[in-house]
Every structure is written in C-alpha cells, then in structure tokens.
Design a protein. Structure first.
Length: 147
C-alpha cells in the first residue's frame, strides 16, 4: 500500500521549487502539508459517496505514464482534481494549511502546489490499485487511502 512517505517521495520537490521560484525547503514544507490534505480530501469524498468517481479517476491515471518531472504534469488536470476534491474551498484549505508558514505566504504556495501534485498522487494511487488488483486481491479504496 502506498503510504504518505511513498507519495511524498514521488513528488519532484526541486522541480516545484524552480517552477514557483522558491527554495527547496519551502517547497518541501508546502508539499509535506499539501499531500496529506489531498489524500484526506480524497478520503472524505469516498466517505461521502464518491468512491465510484475516485475509482474511475484512479483507473484513468494508472493508464498514463507516471509524471517524473513537473513538466510531465498536466496542470489543467491537476486543477480539475483539486476542484473535485475540495469543491470551491481550495483557497480556504490552502490558507488554513499555510497558516503555520512562519512569515512566508505558505498558503499561496500550497494553492499553487496542489494542482501540481494532484496528478502525481492520483497516478501513484492508481498504480497501487492496479498492482493490488493484478495480484488477485480485492481493492478497497478506503483502505488504500487510510495508508
């Protein structure tokens, strides 16, 4: 099962830092807050009846090559994912996560990071789902996200 450490390890921190014009420590801080928030949002959607929608999204992202760099990420797709996960509250979520930024506008950075990491997270989770199913085991979306 893909844990948060696996998901965090799949994120190209250096690429994000360069793209956003920030240092790697700030990028790492933003990503380390954004990934659990995104996974938590996915879990919340599953609990609220969105399991079928997530299942379809995971299949779609598992069929694509894993994004290795930020240049490989479809930001438009990332924006759609974030909108589906957080509804109209993306900026509120980013601001709440960024409130511990220590003088840095981490909320603004997290708002920019979420659409960059969302396709990577769904790709990683989708591939985990495909691996689980190909091994003959059943697939439990909630169980995957709880990891």
């Amino acid at each position: 099962m893909a844990g948060l450490d696996d998901l965090l390890g799949a994120i190209p921190i250096g690429d994000i830092a360069k793209k956003l014009g920030i240092d790697e420590a700030t990028a790492r801080n933003a990503v380390s807050q954004a990934v659990p928030a995104l996974v938590g949002g996915l879990q919340k959607n599953v609990e609220n009846g969105g399991a079928a929608s997530l299942d379809k999204a995971l299949d779609k992202h598992a069929a694509k090559p894993d994004p290795r760099t930020i240049d490989d990420v479809d930001e438009e797709d990332g924006n759609k994912i974030v909108a589906n996960v957080f509804g109209g509250k993306q900026q509120d979520v980013a601001a709440a996560l960024g409130s511990t930024g220590g003088g840095v506008d981490l909320g603004g950075i997290i708002g920019k990071v979420l659409p960059l990491i969302a396709p990577i997270v769904l790709s990683k989770l989708g591939n985990q789902k495909a691996t689980t199913q190909s091994g003959g085991g059943g697939f439990d979306i909630g169980g995957l996200l709880e990891g």
